[in-house]
Structures are given as structure tokens and as C-alpha cells.
Design a protein around this ligand. Sequence first.
Ligand code: GTP
Ligand code: SPV
Ligand code: MN
Length: 628
Amino acid sequence: MALADIFTRPATGGIRQVTPTAAYGARPSIAGPGMAALEEWVDGVAVLTKPDRIHWVDGSRSENEALLRGMVDDGTLIKLNPEWRPGSYLARSHPSDVARTEGRTYIASEAEIDAGPTNNWADPAEMRETLTGIFEGAMRGRTMYVVPFSMGAVGGPLSHIGVQITDSPYAVASIGIMTRVGTDVLREIATGAAWVKTIHSVGAPLAPGQADVAWPCNDEKYIVHFPETLEVWSFGSGYGGNAILAKKCFALRIASVIGRDEGWLAEHMLLIRVISPEGKAYHVAAAFPSACGKTNLAMLRPTIPGWRVETLGDDIAWLRPGEDGRLWAINPEAGFFGVAPGTGESTNVTAVETLWGNTIFTNVALRADGDVWWEGLTDTPPAELTDWEGNPWTPAMGRPAAHPNSRFTVSAGQCPQIAPDWDAPEGVPLDAILFGGRRATNVPLVVEATDWTHGVFLGSNISSERTAAAEGTVGELRRDPFAMLPFCGYNMADYFGHWLSVGQKLRFDRAPRIFQVNWFRKGADGRFLWPGFGDNARVIDWIIRRVEGAVPAVDSPVGRLPRTEDLNLDGIHVPQQDLDELFAVDPALWLSETDLTEQFYSTFEGRVPAPLYAELAALRYRLRRAQG
Ligand code: GTP
Ligand code: SPV
Ligand code: MN
């Protein structure tokens, strides 16, 4: 049967084909005009994938406990020692399934140009054929879970609903932490709320009597988005953004398309409230590429007295112009799926405290006492360790005990500095937006954009050294505009244009100010020039004072820089030479960056908005003038 048939088949047909199997179990007893379409879709997917059982997830505590118990019994999860880490588990993935697979991630839009040169495009009709083939019988021997979830508070004005069908109980438990799951979402669907269809299979059907493995997956992977029909189909991977479809697939790739059509933005951004020594609150969103410091900044503990930060979100923000001319933001998620390595008392003590219990760890190392460890949690590793692959480990082996993209999954509510109103449906009004990346050279610690258009130009030019969060060579520089390169569901040039148009809906004096930051600039000796982490509050402090118009800035060819005397450096020692290097703008090197920008823009074949070309020309003019 072709997938198209599944969606057009009359409800009665689907139900007749599926319900006779008693093992498929009870449907939810919620009635309403929206339920028929949901049940028909679920039935259709069951007909295609042929699971042994269907489980409608209600989001209850007892259900979650049963799910976790089942995964411990079958070896999917290791229960950690409750004395150290109550309610917590370790999952070890297959060594081939450890990060998002961007090469296997597709945008299947009707027209290729709508995916754009930065996405893998697939013809939707052909892709449906392919997916029909590989999903055929893919859930044999397994339970198919139906997980209704809400991104944003259930029923909130900026929120959106999805349903994920999955044969991975690990994904179900993760979605339960990362989103709002359960019966109240189903009630919204029943009353007719729109919802997005997402289907996931690890792609490892079981023959009768065949024993399962701890981490089923398939060498062949497909992570496919249908932007016109608002669907996601993911096959073959159980890991992170490949499997928790609410996150990158829905809340970024699909939501960016919905946002384009409805006049808002779905962004790869953390969200914080910064409270000044005077007690005034500001809201800041920041887009950094994967594994470039969002979770860390989201949980910032300022090292300068008087300042406080409350966490609102650590990975995704949805931004919408309000009637008041401000840009309002929500964090659509409900948990953190954070990078473990590098998370320790000296870098992100808030994360360490958040992880006290009720956490699913994936691919970290296991201590002899049944607790977990990863590089950077403590300076020296504990005596006896089992590495992320389950083998005995010693430092002498010369490789990390935890996988570089090992992660923790934990509820936002467990964060000790979570904002009390973090899940307020209406969100918060933004005062500043930061763009950043991991740049050892060229990019100053902080630069202020001269206006919205210049800010969009800065965002479109973000590039960053690759990290372990996706496949590819770590350290290699790549362009990652708005930190959205792997997450924009449509043509990136149109996305730049959409950013410009959102700016026009804001009141000029109420739009957030835009800044570029770079915590990762290195000296000739290879060490970071800036202490980073809690000391990033010193940069935020300058940004807030700029928002208040309290300090002047220095014009440079690339944007406005702080006067050194305006940076609060009390209590740390950054040598003058390092400061000079942190803010140095080398016109020759920047001119070669502008060539890269031109090259990059040209890949969009005339679609990049003219105002950004004008910014590029103006930047070149300023750089040449600075060169003398
Ligand atoms: P994703 O969840 O993949 O989107 O990553 P993220 O952007 O949330 O990155 P995260 O905050 O987890 O940081 C990734 C790595 O960068 C960790 O190893 C951190 O220790 C390191 N890092 C974060 N902030 C800083 C900083 O200010 N300076 C330096 N040198 N490293 C940092
Ligand atoms: C990222 O890679 O940006 C992540 C992890 O936040 S994942 O959910 O796997 O995309
Ligand atoms: Mn991310």
C-alpha cells in the first residue's frame, strides 16, 4: 500500500483492518471530532509497520515507571545506584548511532528550490515510495507507541501539538522528559486542534522468537521532513534529534516552515532572563551551533556581584512579534538534552545540580559504585570506570571514557535556577539576541550590530568549528547561519528574507538589539583568550548597558565594540595583550571572510535578499578604508 493510501483511506476501513487484533489493546476513551483522523492515521501506520502491540501513551507516572522497568529488564537501560543518582538510568547506544546524521536528513518539498542548497532535497513522491518500502513491517515484534505531545504549554497561544509514533521505548521516555506528553494533549486534538504527524522506527523488526539487542537501529537511516504536509518520517536511528522528533525535526525544521507562513521564527536558541543589580529584568535569546555553549549560557551563574540569571530554555526558542511591537519568545521544550562532557562544577554547576536524579544519561561512563562520570565532571577520573561502550577503561588508553556527544536528558523543572514562570504560555519579550559560534580566530568577543538588518547580516554569516554533535570532522570550519544550517526546513535565503520581514513588524525602538559573540577565540599558543562560562556574564553586562544606552561603543568595520574600560573585569585577570587580541579586527583576514560570504550567498542563485548584499558591500568598503 502506498503511503498516500493511508491518508486517504476512509476511517472505517482502517479501523476494520486493525482492531480485530486484540493485542493492539485499548484506544483512549476520549471522544471528540478530532479523534477519528488521529485513530485513522495510527491505524494506517500500524497496517504498514505491523507492530505486535499498540500503546497509547497517557503520560502518567505509573506508565513511565513501567516503561523504565521494562527497559531495565530487557537490558536497554542500566539503573544507576539510587544512593547517588535516584530515578536515573544509563543507556548505551550502538557505536554507529551516536549523533544526528545530517547526511541522511532530507527536506522533501514539492519544489527543490524550496529546500535550497543547504538542505538535502528529496522528491516527496519518490521519498514516500522509498519510505513505504522501508517502513513495511519495520515494527514487527515490537510495541508501537503513540505519543501525543505539546510544544509550549498545552493550549498556549504560541504552542503547537504533535503526535509521535515510535517503536523505541527509550524515545518515549525521552519525549516524556523533553515535551509535555499525555491525555490533556489528546483532549486538545479531540476538540479539533491541529497537529503534526511524526513517525519513527529504529528499523529493527524482530522475527518470532528473535532476541532483541540493547540498542536496536539500522545502518540505513532516513530522517525525512515533508514541509507541505507537515510530517516527519524517521528511520534507523534511536539517537537524540534523529529519534526525539519533537525537537529538531518538529520544533525547528517543520516549525520554521509554519513560522514562515504565519509570520514568526523557530530558532536554535537558548532563552534567559538576566536580572541586573538594580533588580531590572531583561530577556536574552542566543543562537549558537550544536555543542557551542547554549546550555552553558542558559544556566549561567554570573561571576560579577549583583547579577542573576534565570533559565528559560537551552536549545530552541519560538519568537513571535507581539501587538506591542516587541518580539516575544517561548521555549517550546520541557527538558534539556544536554552535552555531558565539559559539564562540571567549575563550568556549569547548575547543570550538575540539575542532574541530581530522574535523569537518563546516554553514552557516559559508568563508575564502579553505580554512578556516572564523563570528561570534565571532575578533574581526575574515578579509579574504576566502564566506558560508554561497556568496556573497562583507564586513562592510559588515551581515549575518552564518555562519548564526546554523550548526553543527559532531564526535566527543565529540576534546574535550580529555572525561571518560576518558564512555561508561561505567552512567553517573554526579548531585549537582545546573540549570535555566536566557535571561532579560534578573527571574530571578536562581542560586536554590536548597528541595526536589525546588520544583525540579520551577522546571523547569516555565522560560521563555526565542527563539534561532535553531528557526523563530520571535528574542528573543521563550516558556515552555520543563525546556527540553523542543519535545522532550517526551507530555503535558507528565504529564511534570511523572513528574518528581515519579522524585523519590519517590530517597533524600531522595541526590537531586540542584535549582537555577535565568540567565547572561543584563541591566542597563538592555542589557549582560550577569554575565561568563558560564568565570566560570560561580563559580556552580558555590557550588552545590557548598551540596551540601556548607558555606555558608548566604538565603531569598527565589523560592528560596534566595547571600550575596554566599559567591560567589567573586576576579580579576574585578563592581560591587556589578550584583551587586544580578543577585540582585534584584521581587515585583510576579514576581507577574505567577505569573499567566503559572497561565495556562500552565490550558492543561492540570486535569492539572498538585496539588503544583505548591501551590507556585504558596506562591510567591504569599511574594511578597505580601515586597511588604508
Ligand atoms: P547542543 O545541545 O548540541 O545544541 O549544544 P549547546 O550549544 O547547548 O552546547 P553546551 O552548552 O552543551 O556546550 C558544549 C561544550 O562547549 C561543552 O563542552 C562546554 O564545556 C563548552 N563551552 C560552553 N561554554 C563555553 C565557554 O564559555 N568557553 C569555553 N571555552 N567552552 C565553553
Ligand atoms: C544539537 O545537536 O543541536 C542538539 C542535540 O541539541 S540533538 O537533539 O541530537 O539535535
Ligand atoms: Mn541543539
